[in-house]
Design a binder for this molecule. Structure first.
Ligand code: ATP
Ligand code: MG
Length: 751
């Protein structure tokens, strides 16, 4: 095997095969590469049977890529190596042995919907008022408990005298009992139960310890307590555990990732060897410098210094567009131009964003410009369940001729109309040669339909009243009404999972689409809108083409790399998210967002383009975001492009009029989706900031003064500009060079 392909510390890591090993290194330094080479080395040089090797990672995509790299290197025999995700590892083990825990090996795995249904039943049975104690709260409490390996008994003990906790314990106990009765596991159970299986059955544990003599874990910084315990148990006998990770890329705290697993690895495995990799092979120096200067703003991290041989490379393009629409247009044109000039193929390009909902505008632009694309780890915008549901409502209201659309929503929300009754309606429609919806209107006449007719009637009445509304009102009001009357968003809110949250964001985005259609069309009509959407909604046959641009969230981009990357929507309030800015523990939340920014920047090999929009429609309302603080943390000499921020957004007549127009189009503002807070501070807050801003008024230094910064040392203040929500101060530091920073974050002291 050729170890020439590795640098010295990488080679050292490959050759250190016995005993615990931690590889702690920054992005693009070859961590994953070490794992694949190590696997080949074990087999080819040490003659280890591939059967004894296991490589674990987080996402299916990452596991797939690792599998490919290993197959290429190892060839024959590589199929018996376990290269999988945590969850599929556990499913495989449980399918074999879960009968030891009293479950059948043909257990079912409950998804979020199933969990919710079950939780509803339990709350009902325990007579819990779900207006006060939400199902989602119980589900998330249980999920966190399972991540921490706390079972219902332990949970009850810890609840002690706390009334609320005792109630949660009751629910947890009941939920778990019910799962077992149904021979079902939820997602968190997969890991929890495998750990339990190993703890209670030494023989089973022993057989897997014998099997997996060499264990490797990629993206170790994102393991939670249960996953850690699983690995610890498996590795306990032979101790040949190699974990690789980067504490700066830990981005799953919200799913229980425990960063101390990596920070305390040496404590858990006292004789562990630690190897650091410092050479980055992926990116240019400019991209690395940008990533390093952003992440340097996080406190309490393990210092790392990444360098590269790849040369300075291009500057990072920063482009601030007037609207999110123009942002998508800019990216589409830029990609088309680069491909036309032969600089890149589509496949070289990736567009990364903070929330799934942002894909919509890009998809539309790409379809219009004939740019092939694929959404990774997600579904095309108009193919998403919630969007299809709402479109089906609009189609039914528009003309009711699309039987599929009507059938899609007849029981959304649940109206208790059974399959047998629906079959009777279908038969009747066929016999009378009418549409399904027409048949519903004649429900009373349908033979044998019985009591179902009474359940069908309210649906028909609702559609009819919406038809009347559609004739007189705007489409945005109509959509808003549908959302309210069906309780669609309210139900998602009650669910409270990440998935539900992302569906709500998609619905908000759909609302923005409606409003922008209304604004951009002389005579907007419901049919016109549906036609326009159909042009982009029905195209999803791009998969046979392997040359496509990928669109994905920053979370799914972890571990991947592309020559030409776009980081879109870099605005305060979107990224970092509004929730992180306003959270009680905002400092920590923003650090997590900053790690995500670091992940994003370091995906780029050659060219990075950062874009932001001055205004963006959110839930049909135009809102304004200042350029993301993360962009401002990048030294300006690395950027091509200016950050322009008007002193006061109110002074911009064009923007204000659009804002008012959107308000008018959407009079029932703010859209009330329960307790959800708006994603952005609306424009009026810019003003209240100016007047209530004590930081700015009380700045203890001015241009020309010498100041001290905790990290960057001493320097001279070059400029102070009121921008966004804060004062932006430019300081020429003696050692660290010129930096732009927000006064409230920088905590500069006059010296
Ligand atoms: P991330 O933190 O993003 O997961 P990583 O540390 O896992 O990154 P890899 O994906 O393994 O990094 O490597 C980044 C790129 O650098 C890959 O294209 C890889 O092939 C290349 N690379 C790594 N080490 C070397 C080396 N010694 N010589 C040449 N190329 C290398
Ligand atoms: Mg990697």
């Amino acid at each position: 095997m050729n170890l020439e392909m590795l640098n010295t510390p990488q080679r050292e890591a490959v050759e250190h095969t016995e005993g615990p090993l931690l590889i702690l290194a920054g992005a693009g330094s070859g961590k994953t590469r070490v794992l694949t080479h190590r696997t080949a080395y074990l087999i080819e040089e040490l003659g280890v049977n591939p059967y004894h090797i296991m490589a674990i990672t987080f996402t299916n995509k990452a596991a797939g890529e690792m599998r490919e790299r290993i197959d290429d290197m190892v060839g024959y025999g590589s199929e018996s190596i376990w290269v999988t995700t945590f969850h599929s590892t556990c499913v495989r083990i449980l399918r074999r042995y879960i009968d030891r825990l009293g479950y059948g090996t043909n257990f079912t795995i409950y998804d979020a919907d199933d969990q919710k249904t079950l939780m509803k039943e339990i709350c009902k049975r325990l007579e819990i008022d779900t207006k006060i104690y939400k199902e989602k709260m119980f589900l998330s409490v249980i999920s966190s408990a399972k991540d921490e390996l706390i079972d219902p008994i332990e949970f009850t003990t810890r609840a002690a005298g706390d009334y609320n906790k005792r109630r949660q314990a009751d629910v947890y106990r009941e939920y778990q009992a019910e799962l077992k009765k149904n021979n079902a596991l939820d997602f968190d159970d997969l890991i929890f139960k495998t750990v339990e299986l190993f703890k209670l059955n030494k023989d089973v544990l022993d057989s897997y310890q014998e099997r997996f003599r060499y264990i490797m874990v990629d993206e170790y910084q994102d393991t939670n307590t249960a996953q850690f315990e699983l690995i610890r148990l498996l590795a306990m006998k032979y101790k040949n555990l190699c974990v690789v990770g980067d504490d700066d890329q830990s981005i799953y705290k919200f799913r229980g990732a425990n960063i101390y697993n990596i920070l305390n690895f040496e404590k858990h495995f006292p004789d562990a060897k630690v190897i650091k990799l410092e050479q980055n092979y992926r990116s240019t120096q400019n991209i690395l410098d940008a990533a390093n200067s952003v992440i340097a703003n996080n406190v309490g991290r393990k210092e790392k210094s990444l360098w590269t041989d790849n040369g300075r490379g291009d500057k990072i393009t920063f482009e601030q567009l007037d609207s999110a629409y123009e942002e998508a247009d800019y990216v589409a044109r830029d990609i088309a131009g680069k491909v036309r000039r032969g600089e890149y193929t589509y496949h070289d390009c990736a567009v990364l964003y903070r929330t799934n909902a942002q894909s919509r505008l890009f998809e539309e632009r790409f379809i219009n410009s004939n740019i092939p694309y694929k959404i990774v780890g997600g579904v095309n915008f108009y193919a998403r369940r919630e969007i299809k549901d709402l479109l089906a409502y609009l189609k039914t209201i528009d003309n009711g001729r699309d039987d599929l659309a009507v059938k899609r929503i007849i029981n959304v929300p649940k109206r208790g109309i059974g399959a047998a009754s629906l079959a009777k309606v279908s038969d009747y429609a066929a016999e009378k040669e009418m549409d399904f919806y027409q048949a519903l209107r004649w429900a009373d006449e349908i033979p044998g339909i019985g009591r179902a007719a009474a359940k069908i009637k309210p649906f028909v009445l609702f559609i009819q009243s919406m038809k009347a509304r559609a004739e007189n009102g705007s489409i945005s009001e109509l959509l808003q009404k549908i959302i309210e009357e069906t309780g669609y968003v309210a139900e998602l809110e009650a669910e409270g999972t990440d998935e539900a949250q992302s569906r709500i964001e998609n619905i908000d985005e759909f609302m923005s689409k409606v409003v922008s259609y209304e604004e951009g069309t002389d005579e907007p009509t419901l049919s016109g809108f549906l036609e326009e959407v159909a042009l982009v909604a029905d195209i999803d046959g791009l998969d046979d083409n392997s040359d496509y641009v990928v669109l994905m969230t920053l979370h799914s981009a972890k571990g991947l790399e592309f020559p030409n990357v776009y980081l879109a929507g870099m605005e305060d309030g979107l990224f970092p998210s509004y929730m992180s800015i306003t959270a009680d523990n905002s400092d920590q939340e923003i650090e997590e967002e900053r790690r995500l920014a670091y992940v994003g920047i370091t995906r780029a090999k050659e060219h990075l383009t950062i874009t932001s929009a001055r205004m963006r429609m959110v839930r049909g309302q135009t809102q304004y975001g200042a350029v993301s603080r993360f962009v401002k943390e990048i030294p300006s000499e690395l950027l091509k492009g200016e950050i322009y921020e008007p002193k006061n957004y109110h002074d911009e007549p064009m923007q204000e009029s659009t804002y008012q127009k959107a308000r008018k189009a959407f009079r029932s503002t703010p859209v009330s989706y329960g307790s959800r807070t708006p994603q952005y501070t609306p424009v009026t807050n810019q003003r209240s900031f100016e007047s209530s801003n004590t930081t700015g008024a009380a700045l203890s230094y001015q241009v020309g003064d010498r100041v001290r910064h905790m990290k960057f040392g001493d320097g001279e203040v070059k400029a102070i500009v009121a921008g966004g929500r804060d004062y932006e101060v430019t300081v020429d530091f003696d050692k660290a060079g010129t930096k732009k920073m927000f006064s409230s974050f920088a905590k500069l002291k006059k010296i």
